[in-house]
Design a binder for this molecule. Structure first.
Ligand code: SF4
Length: 217
């Protein structure tokens, strides 16, 4: 059955680099495959390949890392039906479970114990037309909405979406981050302050730690 196995790119422990869980030790279960092609995607290596594993094997490997936090990411994890029962099993095992999803995939069947971190794709991604707006009906205060911004046009798009769709009434966790190396975080901070926009500016911490350009200071 398609719920019995998944194609996995990698399972590893690191720290959570973004979201309100940033900085916490986390086990990442990265699935293979994505149906979008964001211009700035930083994980194209997860589009293809991977290893098919039984769901039980994936669960055991994730639990073996021992972190209280486990994140399903990709690629796009929700493309694989086995991810849904896997997330439930991780919750049953006492884990705090996060899923990073593109905003295109339907989130309505995600276990309510899971924290959804859902992108809304801005125009600079090239995939803005793929946003599944009905997903917003399934976003609650335990979930997070993430915008990745490449330029001022993307910022203004986010500002309009936040205001017109009254997103902060759904969740206080509205995350705004920049495409690494493309938009200066200090510009984003200035714009957010100027507009008193209710978003949390975040840096992709893992990139500052492990980028070849990072100074480590
Ligand atoms: S949705 Fe995520 S994995 Fe897919 S192309 Fe966009 S950034 Fe890459």
């Amino acid at each position: 059955m398609k719920e019995d196995s998944l194609v996995i790119h990698e399972i590893y422990a690191s720290i959570q680099g973004e979201s309100t869980f940033a900085g916490l030790p986390c086990t990442f279960v990265r699935t293979t495959g994505c149906n979008l092609r964001c211009t700035w995607c930083d994980t194209p290596q997860a589009f293809h390949g991977g290893t098919r594993m039984a769901r039980g094997e994936v669960l055991a490997a994730a639990l073996a890392k021992g972190t209280p936090l486990v994140e399903l990411t990709g690629g796009e994890p929700l493309l694989q039906p086995a991810v849904f029962p896997l997330m439930g099993e991780l919750c049953d095992a006492g884990k705090t479970v996060l899923v990073e999803t593109s905003g295109e995939a339907d989130v309505s069947l995600v276990d309510p114990r899971v924290h959804k971190i859902m992108d809304l794709k801005a125009p600079g991604s090239g995939e803005s037309h793929r946003n599944r707006w009905s997903n917003l009906e399934h976003i609650s205060s335990r979930d997070e909405i993430k915008f990745v911004l490449a330029d001022r046009t993307d910022y203004e798009w986010m500002r309009a979406v936040v205001r017109e769709r009254n997103l902060s009434a759904r969740t206080p966790n509205l995350l705004a981050s920049t495409v690494f190396g493309k938009l200066a975080a200090r510009d984003l901070v200035a714009w957010v302050l100027e507009d008193a926009l209710p978003v949390r500016v975040q840096l992709q911490m893992h990139k500052y730690i492990w980028s070849p350009d990072a100074t480590g200071v």
